[in-house]
Design a protein around this ligand. Sequence first.
Ligand code: PGA
Length: 266
Amino acid sequence: MNGRKMLLGTNLKMYKTASQTEKYLTELAQCTADINRDQVTFFVNLSYLAIPSASQLKMKSPIVLGAQNMCWEDQGEFTGEISPVMLKEFNVEVIEIAHSERRKIFGETDSIANQKMLAALRHGFKALLCVGENHDQKENKVVDAILQIQLQVGLKNVKPEDLDRIWIAYEPGWAIGVNGEPATGDYVGDRHDRINRILIEMFGERGGAIPKLYGGSVNLKNAKEFIEQTHVDGLFVGRAAWDAEHFSQLAREVLPLWGMKVKGDN
Ligand code: PGA
């Protein structure tokens, strides 16, 4: 809407191998080839092992590549970690930080998220910070406070000149995955309004311009009700995007709602 560029992304989690990822990216580039990239950015966050071969493909593909995680240090005694310097050797543009599964299963805190955000920005990446309450926080009615803390700590010390490389994904933990309960459009709209206000309080008008994506059981049926919300600038899709043709269909459902024409469709 109003010249905004829609962001449509997916996180492949720990599903596709490197060869499966190559096939998926090739198909996605093909079946979205008629969609004008001036109006939408497609991005896919890959497993580390899929990054080298996907990076080769990227030379001739319009799909933006991302990593699902990253260490905050450039190098050092961090067994099992991958640094920004290592990722920079490939065509990775987006770093996803503090996805709900990283917070819940791997114990990532808001301070760790902040260190990763600052490192990603320092190295010139787009930094995608995932925020959202879990089921208990929702039941205890502390959602707004949780969002405030996650944003305030996660974005601490971000320099004004880096603001245009930040994306926020609102993904309530209770809505994510096979056992997730999809949120309603109204619920998401209210949370995005709140996130928008917090970002404006933190960074002024430029904070309000930070793109905000919604994720959590987005599918072909419900995608429209999310993208219609005022402060939803894109969708961060899991399962419903892992088949390239399906993801392309989802894009074709939502793009017309922003007045964007999709070639090949009536
Ligand atoms: P889902 O995953 O769409 O499968 O719920 C979303 C996410 O984890 O980002």
